[in-house]
Ligand binder design. Structure first.
Ligand code: NAP
Length: 273
């Protein structure tokens, strides 16, 4: 097994990286940043996102492992004080994995005949800051609505707890192969109408945005931002590719959601109520 370690620059993450490297050398693991089978991300969910995009072209050959050095994340299963257990799990690895859907983003730019393709682990947004964004929204090739507002967000199930959640979108269990559309500041009055609620789109449907006017849109794909070219059409669909995580132990998804957003109420907290 060839292992790569991908850490953010925080001193704590770098310290964990050095500790892990030492343990791997002692146990004769092969460290290979170029063509790894397992990528260990050390930091937060943002670090895992960066690792995902760094190894985006090799997704079929890689399983990710997330170690968190801050708070528990959605892509990070291991605490930094559990790295001895992680090393033991890697030693007895038998290829166990869990995989999740990814979002394919196909963009037609006005100045190019060939469409550009991007892959998102969390989400992609289309926004306009200078003026109202006016975009026709198609689902499965059929016109659904003309959206007017700040923007739209299309997220994966694992991305549903990120930007999508801040927009009032639903948290989606990652075993479901669906996409979600959430509005960003839609205009709704007697003249303009949008659905005004998040939509969960079935696996075989695809979503198309066709901006009707303006050329100054901002497209985001996870942490990347593209805003220098005129977009005429964006197609969103579930990718044929998936992201794989090494699955050494079971983490209950809803428990993770509860930890991240609700927290555990202590007896003392209850006494205060
Ligand atoms: P960032 O602005 O430094 O971090 C954004 C926050 O999102 C971090 O706290 C990160 O967790 C968390 N996060 C990332 N993926 C998540 C997931 N799947 N579920 C729950 N939380 C998640 O930017 P970044 O670290 O490069 O991350 C980019 C992401 O930021 C985008 O994909 C988007 O989802 C999110 N974002 C959110 C908003 C918003 O909520 N209003 C606005 C813009 C972007 P860690 O602290 O563990 O890294």
């Amino acid at each position: 097994m060839k292992i790569a370690i991908f850490a953010n620059n925080r001193p704590k993450s770098q310290a964990v990286k050095h500790k892990l490297q030492q343990k791997f050398i002692e146990r004769h693991f092969i460290l290979d940043d170029e063509k790894p089978n397992v990528v260990i991300s050390i930091g937060g969910d943002g670090t895992l996102l960066a690792a995902f995009h760094h190894y985006e072209d090799q997704l079929g050959d890689i399983r990710f492992v997330g170690v968190h050095t801050g708070h528990l994340g959605f892509y990070t299963d291991w605490r930094d004080d559990e790295i001895d257990d992680l090393v033991i799990s890697l030693q007895s690895d038998n290829g166990q994995a869990v995989s999740y859907p990814l979002l394919e983003v196909v963009v037609k730019y006005a100045d190019r005949p060939v469409r550009e393709r991007y892959l998102a682990l969390n989400e992609s947004t289309l926004k306009r800051i200078s003026a109202t964004m006016v975009t026709d929204v198609y689902i499965g090739g059929e016109l659904f609505e003309r959206f007017r507002g700040d923007g739209l967000c299309v997220s994966t199930p694992t991305g549903s707890t990120a930007y999508n959640k801040s927009l009032g979108g639903a948290v989606v269990h990652p075993n479901l192969e669906v996409l979600q559309i959430a509005e960003i500041g839609s205009i709704n009055n007697r003249v303009f109408r949008t659905l005004s609620s998040p939509m969960i789109v079935a696996p075989n449907d695809w979503i198309t945005f066709k901006p009707t006017k303006g050329s100054d849109f901002t497209l985001t794909v996870d942490s990347s931002v593209y805003h220098d070219r005129e977009i005429t059409e964006i197609l969103y669909k579930i990718s044929k590719k998936r992201v794989y995580f090494a699955k050494y132990r079971h983490n209950h998804f809803w428990q993770r959601v509860q930890d991240a957003f609700i927290g555990t109420e202590t007896d003392e907290d209850r006494m205060d109520l």
